[in-house]
Design a protein around this ligand. Sequence first.
Ligand code: 13P
Length: 247
Amino acid sequence: MARKFFVGGNWKMNGSKAANTDLVQLLAKGPLDPNTEVVIGVPSIYLSQVRTLVPENIHVAAQNCYKVAKGAFTGEISPAMIKDVNVDWVILGHSERRNVFGESDQVIGEKVGHALDEGLKVIACIGELLEEREAGKTAEVVFRQTKVISGFVKDWSKVVLAYEPVWAIGTGKTASPQQAQEVHEQLRNWLSENISPEVAQSTRIIYGGSVTAANAKELASQKDVDGFLVGGASLKPEFVQIVNARQ
Ligand code: 13P
């Protein structure tokens, strides 16, 4: 079965009640390709608001969550809470969580496992630093990150793997279509050898890092690029064109 094209918008720490309303109105007007699964990642304080605003063709994600259901973890939110406000996706392992907030491979794996156990779907992020790419370690790094995550995944149909090279995030430096395709293919081969050929064939591997309306079509034409995780451009009208990149 063909993999459904998937475009996530990661709003990061941006938005306000008024700005969210405007942006959702713009997305609702679209038109958005019905063959693309669209998920917007919203700051936790606005999850309820945005969930009530979005039409049925747009899904909502939290940008992080903790690895247990409840308790003395000041400032954290749990998958149970995310589900309680009718949100069914969460982004985990984003490079900003890894590199700004010091989350380890292990804690990200545990979060992925708990979120899936609680019935959330997960956008699991991986990606190498510039110095790792320059040292020829890209495959080694993304395989290591994927291996830890995979140890906590029982049902891959609930997981989208987001390859986000850290050097391309928020820098305006996009991976070339060939660079993205190369890593996506390596990841699909890794899934085939380490999980199963079926999981490799059916799992969406999406690209993130300075995706814009100008580069989305060429990236989307690569055979192992199944969509995008978009930061800055997900706050702008051009997000509609990125959703429609396969049209
Ligand atoms: P930019 O699209 O702003 O580079 O961010 C990418 C990203 O981190 C998406 O999660």
